[in-house]
Design a protein around this ligand. Structure first.
Ligand code: A3P
Length: 303
C-alpha cells in the first residue's frame, strides 16, 4: 500500500463548507463520491462509524490490537493508525494520490478495518448487503462539540471554527462537517433497531470502564481473547499511553498544528463545563430537547 507523501502537502487555505444532499461537507469528503457509493464491502469487513471526535481513534486502536496486536510487530511500531484503518470517504488530493476507497481496497489484512464519519444514509449499500459488522461510537453532544471546536482550530483541512461562541451556534444548527450531531447519533441509533450486526458504543462508557468495553467489543466480534490479552490491550489504549504513542497521536500529520491544540487533547467526560457559559448551556439544553425529542438514545454528560 502506498503511503501518502504528507510532506508534499500544499494547502493554500482552509476548505469551504457546502450543502451536500442536506449535509454540510467539504470537498475532501465528496470528491470521490461515485467510487465511495460503489465501494464493495466484504462480509468480514469491520466498519468503525462515528461522528467526528467521538472516540474514533480510540476504538480503531482497540480493534486493531484485538485483531493484529500479537502477530504483527511492524504494523504496531511503524504504521500510524490512520494508515492501518483508512477513512473511507477521504480524498485529500492536495497531498495524497491515494483515496480512502483505494486504501481500503488495498488493505492486506483480513478482516479489513475501515472507518467512516458518514451519516447512516450515506453509507455505501454494499455494507448492508454484505451484512458487515459495524461498530458505532457516540459521545455526548457537549463534549463532542468542545472536542470538535479544538480539532477545527488545529486542523487546517477543516473549516475555520471561529470563536467558541460562533462555533457552538453553528453546532446547534448542525452546520459542521458531516452534518448535525443530533441526526448522526439518532440516525445510527435507529439503524441499530433493524440491523443486528451493529454495536452502538458510548464514549462515556469507554472512559468509565475501558476493560468492560474491550470485552464487549471482543464478544461482538466473536473473538476469544484471553483475560491477559484484554488487560494488556486496556493498558495500551489508556489516554496517556496513546498520547505518548506516535502511531496513535497523529503527530506526523503536517496539517495539524499541535501548538494550537494536540490531537490527544484531554480525553475527559465533562470538559464541556470548562467551555459553556451558563447562558450557552441553557440554550443548548433547549435546542437539544427539541432536536432529540423523537429518539430514545440517551447520553451522559458526566460520569
Ligand atoms: P478530546 O478533544 O476531548 O480530548 P476522534 O478520534 O474521533 O477524532 O476523537 C478524538 C477525541 O477522543 C479527543 O477528545 C481525544 O482526546 C479522545 N481520545 C482519544 N483516545 C482516547 C483515550 N484513549 N481515552 C480517552 N479519550 C481519548
Amino acid at each position: 500500500m502506498e503511503i501518502p507523501d504528507m510532506a508534499s502537502l500544499k494547502l493554500q487555505s482552509r476548505p469551504e463548507m457546502f450543502d451536500f444532499e442536506g449535509i454540510s461537507m467539504t470537498h475532501f469528503f465528496t470528491d470521490n463520491w461515485e467510487k465511495l457509493k460503489n465501494f464493495q464491502a466484504r462480509p468480514d469487513d469491520i466498519l468503525i462509524a462515528t461522528y467526528p471526535k467521538a472516540g474514533t481513534t480510540w476504538v480503531s486502536y482497540i480493534l486493531d490490537l484485538l485483531y493484529f496486536g500479537n502477530d504483527d510487530l511492524e504494523r504496531q511500531t511503524s504504521k500510524p493508525i490512520y494508515m492501518r484503518i483508512p477513512c473511507l470517504e477521504a480524498c485529500f488530493q492536495e497531498f495524497s494520490t491515494v483515496t480512502g476507497t483505494e486504501m481500503a481496497d488495498n488493505l492486506p489484512t483480513s478482516p479489513r478495518l475501515i472507518k467512516t464519519h458518514l451519516p447512516v444514509q450515506f453509507v455505501p449499500k454494499s455494507f448492508w448487503e454484505q451484512n458487515s459488522r459495524i461498530v458505532y461510537v457516540a459521545r455526548n453532544a457537549k463534549d463532542n462539540a468542545v472536542s470538535y471546536f479544538h480539532f477545527d482550530r488545529m486542523n487546517m483541512v477543516q473549516p475555520d471554527p471561529g470563536d467558541w461562541n460562533s462555533f457552538i451556534e453553528k453546532f446547534m444548527k448542525g452546520k459542521n462537517v458531516f452534518g448535525p450531531w443530533y441526526d448522526h447519533v439518532s440516525g445510527w441509533w435507529e439503524k441499530k433497531q433493524t440491523y443486528s450486526n451493529l454495536l452502538y458504543l458510548f464514549y462515556e462508557d469507554l472512559v468509565e470502564d475501558t476493560g468492560r468495553e474491550v470485552e464487549r467489543l471482543s464478544s461482538f466480534l466473536g473473538l476469544s481473547t484471553s483475560v491477559e490479552e484484554r488487560e494488556k490491550i486496556t493498558k495500551g489504549v489508556q489516554f496517556d499511553a496513546m498520547k505518548q504513542n506516535n502511531m496513535t497521536n497523529h503527530v506526523n500529520l503536517p496539517f495539524m498544528d499541535f501548538k494550537i491544540s494536540p490531537f490527544m487533547r484531554k480525553g475527559k467526560v465533562g470538559d464541556w463545563k470548562c467551555h459553556f457559559t451558563v447562558a450557552q448551556n441553557e440554550q443548548f439544553d433547549e435546542v437539544y430537547k427539541q432536536k432529540m425529542k423523537k429518539t430514545t438514545v440517551r447520553f451522559r454528560t458526566e460520569i
